[in-house]
Design a protein around this ligand. Structure first.
Ligand SMILES: [Zn+2]
Length: 163
């Protein structure tokens, strides 16, 4: 009977194509480092097996107090202020992608439009980085993903044939 039901469904009612896996939506290699030119990775993305467990929902880039933080991609500032004990700035890049940086002191206000490479603030104190690194969290539709996927293209290299 299940097969019959499927056959009766009109083609126009078929659901949209399934969304590709998270990594497929991230512009691999297309974004730039928030701490240019190439910061050292202090601690990588280490998501917990379950939401309620501890883990590391982002990447920590080596930094010094006052280092300039730049937008890795264009977007709109959706939060700039303090969360508990640390200054945080969040950029909405569109397509469900949200970057959060901490500890970052910023003079930008919510709604400010930033382009890739624009200064968005300075490394401050607080949280686990506490002026020694920059924590970059990246969410796709609310789920944390590895922000380095946007910069380091982990796919196999494709060599173009010679003429
Ligand atoms: Zn971190």
């Amino acid at each position: 009977m299940i097969g019959t039901a499927v056959l009766l469904a009109p083609a126009s009612a078929s659901p949209p194509a399934p969304r590709p896996a998270s990594q497929g939506l991230v512009p691999a290699g297309a974004w730039s480092w928030p701490l240019p030119p190439v910061p050292r990775l202090v601690r990588g993305f280490d998501p917990p097996a379950q939401r309620w467990l501890s883990g590391h929902r982002g990447a920590d880039l080596q930094a010094a107090p006052g280092d300039t933080v730049r937008a890795p991609s264009g977007g709109i500032v959706s939060f700039a202020g303090h969360i508990v004990d640390r200054p945080v700035i969040v950029i909405n890049h569109g397509s469900g992608l949200l970057s959060s940086f901490e500890p970052v002191r910023s003079t930008l206000e919510v709604g400010a439009i930033v382009s890739e490479g624009d200064e968005i603030g300075m490394v401050g104190a607080g949280a686990h980085c506490d002026a020694l690194c920059l924590h970059w969290g990246l969410r796709l539709d609310g789920e944390y993903i590895d922000p380095l996927l946007t910069i380091i293209d982990t796919r196999p290299s494709i060599l173009l044939p010679l003429d």
